[in-house]
Design a protein around this ligand. Structure first.
Ligand SMILES: [Zn+2]
Length: 264
């Protein structure tokens, strides 16, 4: 069976060196062809570019994670300089989005500046012809949709997507991608999304080292866990496993232009 996978969202630089070596060592045996590595800030971008030099199956992205204090202008300048210098090594703009969990903790958090930062990253995605991937949880996906439509940006990936039916429909209709994590083995809400969302717009990811529950409880999050997610998608959608593997892999390759990327 053709069961290659690509982890569409992992914070590879957050693993310690021993864990990184272990994961790299395991890639081939587990048919993992690539790791789309989410960027947290400028330091993270440098680390990912360094890691890519060690192993070209690591695909760095560039962004500023929204669940932290707003970036300083110095930080934004650093990010822009890296993007300018290393554009051909960077597969996407991300992880960018809106600080949903921070606002849960602090309801008075001012959102507008975060919206402006996100809007700015969308400008960069257009300028550098890169896809964008988003951390926008629940109703924040609505705001992200408004912004994407305003920017006329079609290449968007809603990572670890969680949202209600209405916004899910809008995201699907706009042709945006979502990704699901191994939590689809035990989260009913995610299972409902999988049931309804088109397979042609779906990818799989771990968001590692974030740890999971259910059968993954107490285990280090490893990209091989997404094989279980692929299997779960095939069960929920009642489709042959091979068909799901092939489609999800193709989705990821073409969204992140992996083939073109490795040849360049
Ligand atoms: Zn992430």
């Amino acid at each position: 069976m053709n069961d290659q996978i690509i982890d569409a969202h992992i914070h590879f630089d957050w693993y310690n060196e021993e864990q990184q070596n272990q994961i790299i060592h395991d890639l081939e045996a587990n048919h993992i062809e690539g790791l789309i590595s989410a960027c947290y800030n400028a330091d993270s971008a440098h680390k990912l570019l360094y890691l890519q030099q060690q192993d070209k199956r690591i695909y760095p992205t560039l962004g500023y994670h929204p669940e932290q204090d707003l970036p300083s202008s110095e930080e934004m300048n650093r990010l822009e300089t890296i993007l300018k210098d290393k554009a051909s090594n960077i597969v996407a703009i991300g992880e960018v989005g809106l600080p949903y969990y921070m606002r849960q903790k602090n309801p008075s958090l001012s959102y507008q500046p975060y919206v402006e930062v996100l809007s700015y990253f969308m400008d960069l995605a257009i300028q550098y012809s890169k896809p964008i991937f988003l951390h926008t949880i629940f109703e924040d996906a609505q705001t992200a949709c408004d912004l994407l439509e305003k920017h006329n940006l079609s290449q968007a990936h809603f990572h670890w997507y969680k949202g209600d039916e209405k916004i899910t429909q809008r995201i699907a209709d706009n042709g945006y991608m979502i990704s699901v994590t191994p939590d689809c083995l035990y989260e009913e809400q995610i299972q409902m999304i999988i049931k309804k969302y088109p397979l042609e717009q779906m990818m799989v990811e771990t968001d590692g080292p974030w740890s999971f529950e259910g059968p993954f409880k107490g285990k280090m999050t490893h990209p091989k866990m997404i094989h279980d997610a692929v299997e779960q998608i095939s069960i929920i959608k009642r489709l042959p496993l091979q068909e799901v593997y092939t489609q999800v892999y193709q989705n990821t390759i073409s969204f992140y232009q992996i083939n073109q990327f490795s040849q360049s």
